[in-house]
Design a protein around this ligand. Structure first.
Ligand code: AMP
Length: 475
């Protein structure tokens, strides 16, 4: 569907004037052991096929997101997978893992430095500027779904290509926007059958953050000898990242470290308190996490993560999504200062949690009618009849590739259909079809012109007895 008219800029696309991109060396990536060459093409490490078996759960996530986007008036946006590398280098932050180690950066055939997007908020902000949406009615609310790429160490629940659903709101400052985004996320999880808790923190404005950082650095300097090389580097390059550290020693030291909440200015505090009040009003379960800073530099004020409650799996993978406010991002990209807030959910993680809970909706509704044929003349008539049923909205399947009636009836049995239609040579000559009731085994011969209406009536009668197509919950 084309973008709504209100978003179409007359004639030209706005190219913001940007300051030169910061000099960031391309990510250093460890050489990886190649597996022994195989006879067949193989997947790259960290990449995967999402097979038909899993699509029921994927559909549940995708459909829920689309329904929520519509209910809360978020407009769909599709953004390119490949962008100029400096879009991310400029916005995500110099010392971040994503920029330092995980970006797929390469030179394209036009000799431009390009990157596979590691996330889509920067692209959404770029699109907001490019299409002149600063001048539209605010807030401008987008949602997207698509693959992201990070060259991280693959493990269960962590891939190099993974899918995110994002909700972004540009142009609104008030704390209620942050709170409503969190509510949307929590409600989406609930509707899918997952219980989440929200971890939340505020990292204030860049100004209060810099006062806090000075204190944080001086605290960790006194313990420098105990830090890993990675954390020493973080302390020097981007000290806020030390709060993200996975090292046990650092996590222990963090317990006594200064906490950013004590460094917030009055306005930031007030904003944060309002967000929490709204969450309480909506009975959203949240936990204050003073170490939560999120992996990327563009955040300000509220930051939050959706964590699987009672995670039976590895807890480091229990973050199903996260987000926050990013009031400075549009400006960093050369646009007018624009408050903004959003979140992204990781589909693989959600699907994994659904699987662990035994939630397994069917990929598509089960067929209710099977069309069997015998011989070429029946196939010709069958091909047409199938179209009639499809147009009438009947969930029908066939096995035109099979010849023997026995094999076709076996297929019909396996599929668990309610009715099988049999079109033999005699029926074709007579202009009739046999309807076989699969449960009773009873058969009747009917006029081919009336068969669609008749089958529809029979299925409707069945539905009154046992409604079909409701989601399956196994175990
Ligand atoms: P982030 O903004 O990096 O916190 O990503 C938001 C969400 O995307 C996370 O909470 C995860 O659910 C998901 N995610 C991030 N990185 C990966 C990955 N490498 N593989 C699978 N899911 C991921």
């Amino acid at each position: 569907m084309p973008l709504k008219k209100k978003y179409i800029t007359p004639k030209k696309v706005i190219q913001p004037k940007l300051a030169p991109a910061p000099v960031v060396s391309p990510p250093k990536q460890e050489a990886e052991e190649e597996s022994a060459p195989s006879k067949y093409p193989e997947l790259l490490r960290g990449f995967r096929d999402i097979l038909p078996d899993e699509q029921g759960r994927w559909n549940l996530v995708r459909d829920t997101a689309r329904r929520f986007a519509e209910a809360y008036s978020f407009d769909r946006i599709d953004l390119p997978i490949l962008e100029r590398a400096d879009l991310f280098l400029r916005t995500l932050g110099k010392g971040t893992d994503v920029v330092e180690k995980e970006m797929y950066i390469f030179t394209d055939p036009s000799n431009r430095s390009v990157a596979l997007r590691p996330e889509a908020t920067a692209s959404a902000a770029r699109a907001y500027i490019n299409h002149g949406m600063l001048d539209r009615l605010q807030p401008v609310k987008f949602w997207y779904i698509g693959p992201m790429f990070r060259h991280d160490r693959p493990q269960a629940g962590r891939y190099r290509q993974f899918y995110q659903i994002g909700f972004e709101s540009f142009g609104a400052q008030d704390a209620i926007v942050d709170a409503q985004l969190i509510v949307i996320g929590v409600q989406m999880f609930r509707e899918m059958g997952l219980d989440v808790k929200v971890e939340i923190n505020s990292i204030g404005t860049p100004e209060c953050r810099s006062a806090y950082l000075a204190e944080l650095v001086s605290y960790f300097r006194t313990h420098r000898a105990k830090l890993s090389e990675d954390d020493k580097r973080r302390l020097q390059k981007n000290p806020l990242r030390i709060l993200d550290s996975k090292e046990d020693v650092t996590r222990e030291l963090l317990k006594e470290a200064p906490q950013i909440l004590n460094w917030l200015d009055e306005k930031s505090k007030e904003h944060f308190m309002k967000v929490l009040e709204f969450l309480e009003e909506m009975e959203v379960p949240y936990v204050l996490n003073p170490y939560l800073v999120r992996g990327l530099d563009y955040y300000s004020h509220t930051v939050f993560e959706f964590m699987l409650a009672d995670d039976p799996m590895d807890s480091s993978q229990s973050a199903l999504g996260g987000g926050g406010r990013y009031d400075g991002l549009v400006e960093v990209l050369g646009g007018r200062p624009t408050p903004a807030c959003g979140f992204a959910l990781g589909i693989e993680r959600i699907v994994r949690a659904l699987e662990a809970k035994g939630i397994n909706p069917p990929e598509r509704p089960a067929p209710r009618v099977f069309l069997a044929q015998l011989g070429d003349a029946s196939r010709r008539v069958g091909l047409k009849l199938f179209e009639e049923f499809r147009r009438a909205g009947v969930n029908i399947v066939e096995a035109f590739g099979k010849n023997a009636l026995k094999a076709q009836l076996e297929s019909a049995n396996k599929l668990g259909v309610e009715l099988t239609l049999i079109l033999g040579q005699k029926e074709v000559l007579d202009g009739t079809v046999i309807i076989r009731d699969m449960e009773s085994g009873g058969q009747e011969i009917v006029d081919i012109k009336k068969v669609v209406a008749l089958v529809q009536r029979k299925l409707a009668e069945e539905e009154v007895v046992a409604p079909a197509g409701s989601p399956v919950q196994s175990a």
